[in-house]
Design a protein around this ligand. Structure first.
Ligand SMILES: Cc1ncc(COP(=O)(O)O)c(C=O)c1O
Length: 472
């Protein structure tokens, strides 16, 4: 990184952390030259870079001023509180979209995974090599559920560091969170049962509901605050709900995070109706700010919350290691796993246990969170600059998604196909609901580095949206 980029990054961090607020004037070029010891040209280039990324605006003869903070957008139409569906038919659509976009040459703005270059490949390789050297017939043997004891202990220690008492015996290691979530759903339901999901929801939930022949009530979910609890109460009154599947932090696709009070109210409501919660917390470590938020599981005294986590989004996508802290259902989940996939890859579990024992993870997470937040700001500002004003951008802190809304007569699936032809993927809103209510929305992955490729992709998307708007 050159000196002017370093200075720009430093100033970005100061703006993000509130040292400089919207409307503040940054120190003059001369003052910064004096304080930093850098040349006038270096400082000028840094300020220009900040301006091109939308952090500051220059006013002739006055200096550089911080641009107003990100504003929460509102949905163009009020959400329907409840969206019931007796059947879900989404697998074919999801498969087609994911397969068509599965091309490493594409700019992967539709991907659910963060930029893999943000992962500590070198340290993970070292753990893999160390484990490979120590492999013996004893530890390459299949490790039956609940999985490798060292890894379960490390995960329990991470809960303990947040003040949560989760016994390693309650934890079942799975093949990614997806297996944890699917097994949890299977443990709690029979075909034909009703399940609450968010609206919009992670498509994996809808796929699981389709696969297990379940019925679903999607409950309105606010892009900032999360699930509408009045609507949830109504769903619990009207339908014989067996389970609720949701994300209390960094919801996919919205990015929404619930407040502590909201989480406690949610748990009280579910407890009152005897309904278990499947808490999908795969982005829980990717919060913004300095305070670690607790999942709903933290207040669960009865074992009715099945808390599903993963290393796929924070450390090692391809290892496919996740877990569920399954409370009352720990035994049932082990039995279901034994009948389906038997166990999770032993060498991968051992390598992760080795990596976690070296205590690099928290440092890595700290850097990852900061980088993701910075990249999200940069993309957000570029999108606000390039996209037509009628496009609403829902910005929520944490993780690495932006949820965008076109005018309601535009179809984001059409935009998906056009963008794909131009070598760019997006995640169309149709993926996140059983019905058509989000056909005009799409999710962007903004974890990618901001460079000429991503900048060109955002400009190209803006042109495609302009083209689509001209047709409606
Ligand atoms: C919200 C959500 N839950 C679960 C998963 C699955 O996680 P894993 O890759 O650990 O199976 C994903 C992956 O995209 C996700 O976005």
């Amino acid at each position: 990184m050159s000196r002017y980029e370093q200075l720009a990054l430093q100033l970005q961090e100061q703006i993000s952390s509130g040292v400089w607020q919207a409307g503040d004037k940054l120190p003059s070029l001369r003052e910064t030259v004096r304080r930093s010891g850098l040349s006038l040209m270096t400082v000028f280039n840094a300020y220009q870079l900040l301006e091109s990324q939308g952090w500051v605006r220059s006013r002739p003869q006055s200096g550089y001023f911080v641009v107003p903070v990100l504003q929460a957008a509102h949905y163009s139409l009020p959400l329907q509180p409840l969206q019931p569906a007796e059947t879900v038919d989404i697998n074919a659509f999801i498969f087609n979209v994911l397969q068509a976009g599965n091309n490493s040459d594409c700019v992967a703005l539709g991907s659910a995974f963060p930029d893999p270059s943000l992962f500590p490949q070198h340290q993970l390789s070292r753990s893999l090599i160390r484990v490979a050297r120590q492999l013996s017939s004893a530890n390459t043997d299949v490790s039956l559920p609940p999985g490798c004891a060292d890894l379960r202990r490390s995960i329990a220690q991470r809960y303990a560091a947040k003040g949560m008492e989760i016994s390693p015996d309650e934890i079942v290691i799975t093949s990614g969170a997806l297996e944890a979530l699917n097994l949890s759903l299977q443990a709690l339901t029979q075909p034909g049962d009703w399940v609450v999901v968010e609206s919009p929801a992670f498509y994996g939930a809808l796929q699981a509901i389709e696969r297990h022949h379940l019925k679903t009530v999607a409950v309105a979910t606010d892009p900032q605050r999360g699930m509408d609890l009045d609507a949830l109460a109504q769903a619990l009154q009207q339908y014989p709900i067996k389970a609720c599947w949701l994300m209390s932090h960094c919801q996919n696709p919205l990015g929404a995070s619930m407040s502590t009070a909201h989480k406690q109210q949610l748990l009280a409501l579910l407890t009152e109706h005897g309904v278990s919660l499947i808490e999908d917390d795969v982005y829980g470590e990717l919060y913004a700010g300095l305070v670690t938020p607790l999942p709903v599981k933290a207040w669960d005294n009865t074992g009715q919350v099945l808390h599903c986590g993963s290393f796929s989004k924070t450390l090692a996508t391809g290892f496919r290691i996740g877990w569920v802290a399954a409370g009352q259902q720990a035994q049932a989940i082990q039995r279901l796993q034994l009948m389906s996939t038997l166990s999770t890859s032993t060498p991968m579990q051992l390598a992760l246990a080795d990596y976690l024992s070296a205590h690099h993870y928290d440092k890595h997470l700290h850097t990852l969170r900061r980088t993701l937040e910075q990249r999200k700001h940069i993309f957000y500002r570029a999108i606000k600059r390039e996209f037509p004003d009628v496009v609403r951008v829902h910005y929520a802190e944490g993780s690495y998604f932006l949820w965008l809304e076109l005018p309601t007569d535009c179809c984001a699936t059409e935009l998906y196909w056009r963008a794909l032809k131009a070598g760019i993927t997006i995640a169309p809103g149709r993926m996140f609901a059983a019905g058509e209510q989000y056909r005009h929305c799409f999710r962007l992955n903004v974890s990618l580095p901001w460079n000429t490729v991503s900048e060109a992709a955002i400009k190209q998307l803006a042109t495609l949206i302009d083209g689509q708007l001209a047709l409606v």
